[in-house]
Design a protein around this ligand. Structure first.
Ligand code: PNS
Length: 161
C-alpha cells in the first residue's frame, strides 16, 4: 500500500520552515500533497490559487510524487479524498505543541484511520512564521532569508497595503 500524506496549512506564504518540512516529508512518503486551506474567515495576503502556484514553484525539485492543491472544509475529508492515511505537521517549539496536540486528537476522532506525524522544524528555521514574515515585509525588512526564492520574488512584486 503506498503511503500517502497530506501536509495541510495556510501557507500565506510558504516559509523556509514549511519547505524544509515538505522536503523531509517527501522522503518519507510515497505521495505527498501540500494542501492549502481556503479559510473564508481570514483575509490572506495571497489567494489560494496564488499560494498553490507559489508552492508548486517551491517544491518543483522534490519529485513527481509531490503535488499541491487547495481545499475547503475539513482536512481529514480532503485527506480521505486523496487516499491519504497520514497528516504531516511541523513543530517549531513547545509553544506549538498544545494546539497541534488538540488538532491531532480532533482529527483522529474524526478519522481514526488517519494519523498525524510531526517533524521538528530545522533549528535554523525554528523562529520563522508566515505572520512574522509578512510583518517584516510590510515594514520594508529583508525577507529573503525567511522564504523560498519564488515567495521572495512574489513579495518583492507586491506593494505592502
Ligand atoms: O498553517 P496553519 O494555519 O497552522 O494550518 C492550520 C490547518 C489548516 C492545518 C487547520 O486549521 C485545519 O486543518 N483546518 C481545516 C479545518 C479542519 O479540519 N478543522 C479541524 C482540525 S482541528
Amino acid at each position: 500500500m503506498p503511503r500517502v500524506a497530506i501536509f495541510p496549512g495556510s501557507f500565506d506564504p510558504m516559509t523556509n520552515a514549511h519547505l524544509d518540512v515538505a522536503r523531509r516529508a517527501a522522503q518519507l512518503f510515497d505521495r505527498l500533497v501540500v494542501a492549502v486551506l481556503h479559510n473564508p474567515k481570514k483575509a490572506p495576503l495571497f489567494t489560494v490559487d496564488e499560494r498553490v502556484a507559489l508552492i508548486e514553484a517551491c517544491v518543483a525539485g522534490l519529485g513527481d510524487h509531490v503535488s499541491v492543491a487547495g481545499f475547503d472544509g475539513l482536512t481529514v475529508e480532503f485527506a480521505r479524498r486523496q487516499g491519504a492515511t497520514f497528516l504531516v505537521r511541523g513543530l517549531r517549539a513547545t509553544s506549538d505543541f498544545e494546539a497541534e496536540l488538540q488538532m491531532a486528537h480532533t482529527n483522529r476522532k474524526l478519522a481514526p484511520e488517519i494519523d498525524t506525524t510531526f517533524l521538528m522544524t530545522a533549528l535554523e528555521f525554528g523562529y520563522l512564521s508566515s505572520t512574522l514574515t509578512k510583518e517584516v515585509w510590510r515594514f520594508g525588512g529583508d525577507v529573503e532569508p525567511m522564504v523560498p526564492g519564488p515567495v521572495a520574488e512574489a513579495l518583492a512584486r507586491r506593494a505592502p497595503a
